[in-house]
Design a protein around this ligand. Sequence first.
Ligand SMILES: *Cc1c(COP(=O)(O)O)cnc(C)c1O
Length: 422
Amino acid sequence: MATTPTVIGSTMTNLRCTYCGAEYDADTLQTLCPKDGRVLAPQYDLKRAAETMTKEALAQRPATMWRYTEIMPARDPAHVVTLGEGWTPLLTMDGLGPQTGLSRLWAKDESRNPTGSFKDRGLGSAITRARELGVTAVAIPSAGNAASAMSAFAARAGMDAFVFMPQDTPDAMKAESAAYGAHVFLVNGLINDCGAIIKQQSGPRGWFDVSTLKEPYRAEGKKTLGLELVEQLGWRIPDVIIYPTGGGTGIVGMWKAFAELEAMGLIGSARPKMVVVQSEGCAPIVRAFENGERHAALWENARTLAPGMRVPIAVGDYLILDAVRESDGTCVTVADSAMVEWMPKIAAATGIWPSPEAASTVVAARQLRERGWLKADDEVVCFFTAGGIKHLDLATVPTGPILTPGDPNIGAIIDATLAGEQ
Ligand SMILES: *Cc1c(COP(=O)(O)O)cnc(C)c1O
């Protein structure tokens, strides 16, 4: 008979500013560091966490991101607001071998999360913690998927949700947010303009702002991307991680995950090279990397059809750039046209239909292999942050021919159609 593993709950001790190191109480509601306006990160008693979060204990835990309870921020596991997010499959992409020149290419398929993107991890964590600290109304500026995720978790938590998104966000995300009962506002601008409206309105209205990295807990959910990846690889570190980057929470979260796993003795000091991918039309992090800067200036007239990467300025810029540099990684840009071209190619070669952001990672892998930056046998993990289904506007939707039952020409029509596909 399997024994029930001991789960001790969170070992969170306090919050620490990632810039000036000032420390704060984790059990009062916090946003950015009051001293310097930078990002606060939860700290844990990793020694105590390591006593119960062992490889053997983990093997028996539930297949959700909350399996890492010791180094997650929920004080009481009973408070967790969950829809089963996390523990998404890590899938081989052998079918892309000929087109990428890479023999060990993986996809971490985040489209399997409750609202179809990895945003569920961050917002599951942020909403759980906000509710635990007494918040009843939340607001988010979002380029798309974060709004869907926040709306779903707020609905489950019984909170009021206020969503501000660019007016040209894909319909799927607008509709999802509305279906979950959020109040949806469309903005003539980008995600940073949405953020400015929330900043102005949230105080008097009593909304808690769950913008990326402006509260300490979204990144903790994203951290589980790194924890899961290592566990799923049998406690091995891949050579390279390729990540479609907007606000960068995924990179920041994974980098923290690796440090915590090392401190707990679960991995060594080796790290994957972290690769940032951005669109040619919105590449503030790539530009800062190339210019040797630690902060990324606002990208003017940001334009890309990949909503998750339409982030012209990032609060956590220094954290993203530090991770890329410390890991000996790099930053690349990809054209929107290449993302759209590769979405169906990847789907047909692997059985995984990626969103444009996800497709950009494969395009980047090809580029890096061509340049010789990647070796043919490097173990490379592409983060497929979302799936293609929310982007029907970018897909080819068959419109004909329409077959009429009983028509004697059906066979000839099928032959002609198949011949036309060649
Ligand atoms: C938000 C988003 C991204 C960017 O994620 P960050 O961690 O904020 O950089 C990438 N892909 C998709 C599909 C997204 O929704």
